[in-house]
Design a protein around this ligand. Structure first.
Ligand SMILES: NC(=O)c1ccc[n+]([C@@H]2O[C@H](COP(=O)([O-])OP(=O)(O)OC[C@H]3O[C@@H](n4cnc5c(N)ncnc54)[C@H](OP(=O)(O)O)[C@@H]3O)[C@@H](O)[C@H]2O)c1
Length: 267
């Protein structure tokens, strides 16, 4: 692939799925702009990618929980004269617990990260891509967005937004030369559940979590093929199909049992 002079921006590239996606882009010769809150970790990953794939990597430390962060990120990239050819909106977090007990401030930050930062970055970079008539965007959604998620109600809601938003703007920009893809994954072995305080949930303890490198590969291939979406993994495809057939209240009760704390009896 002739991507030597092209840049890909990946939010949350230091860990999990974002790391896997950044690695695949680097392998294909894309220069990278990688974003996370942890400067040391970002520099470590940048050095790793530069050495292994002989590409250029720019690190930008940004906390996308902050309202201004996506605008600052865009301005910093512009001020360095960099054109973004591929945008990967990957950074995202969840919070585990019953909605009446969880911390509202954290949930508002999650909405900021998973929805508002994603919308802002998409608009800012999409407008430039449209003007140029080229570009690719990958939004990391989730199968969580296809099913109501007791014990993770806000998180599932944010991912429903990402899934729907991506399909809608994809349709709007059809024939512009820009493509937008959404990656829907299920429970995957990353630091996500630790950050979400979810290690004690039944589904995390009892099910085999997906390999983030395989999930990233599925997302990357869909992005490169200009697909509208990909559901990574057979089990997840089945879960989405069941969710489409069963009534929402039945699905919500089923997911409540799956996501309950391991030590809690559920009816
Ligand atoms: N793992 C799963 O089971 C699963 C399932 C469905 C969907 N997903 C989605 O997959 C995406 C990637 O998550 P992951 O599973 O790979 O989790 P992860 O291993 O925790 O990686 C998250 C990445 O995002 C960055 N990040 C987190 N909060 C941030 C913030 N406020 N500002 C900037 N960067 C931030 C992290 O770096 P720092 O912490 O250093 O900032 C890290 O690089 C998320 O959108 C998640 O919702 C995950």
């Amino acid at each position: 692939m002739n991507s030597k002079k092209q840049y890909a921006l990946v939010t949350g590239a230091t860990s999990g799925i974002g790391y896997g996606l950044a690695k695949l882009l680097a392998k294909d010769g894309y220069n990278l702009v990688i974003v996370s809150r942890d400067k040391k970790m970002a520099e470590l990953k940048a050095a790793e990618f530069e050495k292994a794939y002989k590409i250029k990597v720019i690190t930008i430390v940004k906390d996308l929980f902050n309202h201004q962060a996506p605008f600052e990120l865009y301005d910093e990239i512009k001020s360095q004269g960099i054109k973004i050819n591929v945008l990967v909106n990957n950074a995202g977090q969840g919070q585990y617990g019953e909605f009446t007990n969880t911390d509202l401030k954290r949930e508002i930050e999650i909405i900021q990260l998973n929805i508002i930062s994603l919308v802002a970055l998409t608009k800012l970079f999409l407008k430039e891509m449209i003007k140029r008539g080229e570009g690719k965007i990958l939004n990391v959604g989730s199968i969580a967005g296809k099913i109501p998620g007791p014990y993770q109600s806000v998180y599932h809601g944010t991912k429903a937004f990402v899934n729907s938003f991506t399909e809608a703007i994809r349709s709007e920009v059809k024939d512009s030369g820009v493509t937008i893809t959404v990656l829907l994954l299920g429970a995957t072995e990353t630091d996500f559940f630790n950050k979400a305080d979810m290690l004690n949930a039944k589904n995390v303890q009892d099910s085999k979590l997906a390999d983030p490198a395989i999930v990233a590969k599925d997302g990357y291939e869909a992005l490169m093929k200009d697909d509208d979406k990909v559901i990574s993994g057979f089990k997840n495809k089945m879960q989405v199909a069941m969710g489409n057939i069963l009534p929402d209240d039945v699905v919500a009760d089923k997911v409540r049992k799956q996501q309950a704390p391991k030590d809690k009896a559920t009816k």
